[in-house]
Write a protein that binds this ligand. Sequence first.
Ligand code: CA
Length: 415
Amino acid sequence: MKSWVPHSTDSDFSIHHLPFGIFKTATRNVRVGVAIGEHILDMKLLAREGFLKDWDYPQNVFSQPFLNGLMALGRTASAALRRELQSLLSSENPALRDSALRDELLVPMKSAELLLPVNVRDYTDFYSSIEHATNVGTMFRGPENALMPNWKHLPVGYHGRASSIIVSGTDIHRPKGQKTPAEGASQPGFGPTNLLDIELEMAFITCKPNALGASISTEAAEDHIWGMVLFNDWSARDIQKWEYVPLGPFLGKSFASSISAWVTPMEALEPFRCAGPEQDPEVLPYLTYSGQKNYDIDLEVWLETPSGVKQKIAHSNFKYMYWNMVQQLAHHTVNGCNINVGDMYGSGTISGPTPDSYGSLLELTWRGSKPIQLTDGTERKFLQDGDTIVLKGYCKTPAVRLGFGEVRTTILPAI
Ligand code: CA
């Protein structure tokens, strides 16, 4: 399949992708768009001008400030919309290609502002990469007790903070907080974090609620999952270390989590399904599943510094996840917890098997004991003010490539 919209073969936004986002320009108010090559297809205008012949749902979902309305129509609606958009953008189809409105419908991406695509009501973060959990457990408890006794029996998670989920391009200030008291001190330390870290994650977004008290089976879970984004779960390790006992992460995490601007619909990821790692011991019946539930998505972490360094510091893959998304959702709801349209679920840090595939600076530098050497001769244990972190993700087969764009965030000094 080829598109009449010109784009290079290594574009993140090929006709095979068609991710959804929210944008505005100097002359257009906030609305839904679809990325294609270097352009955004204006969905509000496309619907108003009558190009969506097969769309049997409300048109106003395309003029809303978030994708929640569109997502709430469910997987069947989004799959049908995707088919129609692929047809309209295909080089075979003259309907849009030869239309007088074509230039007005395609907005150059560089002239648009990309906004937070989802109104996130609830955010849950899992801890589902066995390599990450093993690395962190080894550092803090030693290799004998790296995984807690529950880890291979349930996807460990916690409830995160939805209000501080921010879109790519939003800078953050170095957070402040309490830290472990210095030796002999009567009070804890306080001030800007010295151990600012990233967590390389992906997140999925739900489109279909369940009733309070009802559970979602692994078999039904995919019907509730609409799409995915890249996710950087910022972490202040010194604040986290002092506060987390006994209830887990709080202010060391809640200051910000950054997501990519384009939401990739699950339909686009079909060619990239793969088997997950074998789960041993056997899981409880409600966590069993059939079929391929992992996805082969290459992930990269780039560090850019004020001195001009642009360096890839990690390369991982979403396929390493021990617990997959349908298991996470089945576990999340097994107690009858209700989920909502627009809820976001972080995978947990995605580390791979080799030291260059670790998804956090904590692991990459092994608690700061092995600093990362940068190309300008300096080094990093944790992030400095002015540093920019860019997450990237892409999938490819010989015939199809799609990318998740990027999550770009710069660290500003503490306020
Ligand atoms: Ca996390």
